[in-house]
Design a protein around this ligand. Sequence first.
Ligand code: NAP
Length: 249
Amino acid sequence: MQLEGIKALVTGGSSGVGRALALRLAELGATVIITGRDRARLDAVADVRPGKIIPVVADLADPAAVDTLIATLHRDHPDLALLVNNAGVQYLLDIAGDDPQKTLALAREEVAVNLAAPAALTIGLAPILKRQRQSTIVNISSGLAISPKASAPIYCATKAALGSLTRTTRYRMQDGKLPVRVMHVVLPLVDTPMTTGRGSGKMTPEAVANVITDGIAKDRDEVWIGKARLLRIIAAAVPGVAVRLLRNS
Ligand SMILES: NC(=O)c1ccc[n+]([C@@H]2O[C@H](COP(=O)([O-])OP(=O)(O)OC[C@H]3O[C@@H](n4cnc5c(N)ncnc54)[C@H](OP(=O)(O)O)[C@@H]3O)[C@@H](O)[C@H]2O)c1
């Protein structure tokens, strides 16, 4: 779809991949609503492209705040044509550890932000997206969806579920001949605050943002980036190897 002149929503636009993506979309001529919990961080991104980026505070772990965000979009942005479900959290936690209460709180937050919020935004904003001549939903996943690591069990599970949700949402849009494309983006390790102190050979958020916007512009269904592309090939050729590849990463 054409990006110039459209209205987009990028969740988690205050940092990392979401920030780079919002700035790239604005550079390509889109007006971009960005969300996050921290007003100052959102404003700092908006200040880079005055008038092109609209900051909206919303805690996606809170279902009431997600409902408010959906209502705000219906009221103020009925021309929304691109939804990017990017916001995410990853906690390293021990699913069989000795502090189940703390672990449960973190696990619930991960499910809320990484899975429940994208599902709610898809359901809540579909009426707007269906009305546009052309629109796109982009769900940001991870190579960890197909090769889960032991130390982030809930994160990996939410990303695997998001991949499934992406596919079934696409089925619904295609079967109903609706003008909504649904794009699955699978990222490798990217150099953002989420991965501080971890791994090497990371991609920059800007490089990732360029590939994603290129995929949106070319109406791609699947965009596997960098080493995630290699993982996809391994998974097709030797699934058992792929599943275990990142186990202790
Ligand atoms: N970095 C990687 O290597 C990597 C690899 C594969 C997939 N991904 C995926 O890429 C996406 C972006 O990750 P990133 O690396 O850019 O992470 P990041 O730099 O930590 O940014 C995460 C974003 O999500 C927002 N967020 C977190 N919790 C939120 C909440 N409760 N409500 C609203 N917003 C919330 C944050 O804003 P506030 O904290 O200000 O609320 C921030 O804008 C995520 O879905 C992640 O799973 C990343």
